[in-house]
Design a protein. Sequence first.
Length: 115
Amino acid sequence: MPHFLLHTTTDTIALEQEERFLQAIHEEAVASGLFAEKDIKVRMDRYEKSMVGGKVNAPFVHVFGYIMQGRTTEMKAVLSKSIVARLTDMLPDIQAIAMNVDDFEAATYCNRAKL
């Protein structure tokens, strides 16, 4: 925890650049000061087929952040803005770049260490 899932079309980010984008998200999460670096998980899913604004396979990037509850709305907004700004710098020609942050509920979250 936390988890950052980068969703994009297959041709938005070049295959040889994948690690660079994962690293950028990781660095912004670390810089936020909200998480221990060892706990941050970043993954990428590519989609062969998509539609954005009625256009088939239009390029897009969306990051879904899933974090443990307890951070303020302002903290989550700053995190989203920093990641979107970083991705926008890396992909200046892509208009559809966004992020949202959702909370895990502590009472229902379980991992191996909690067994």
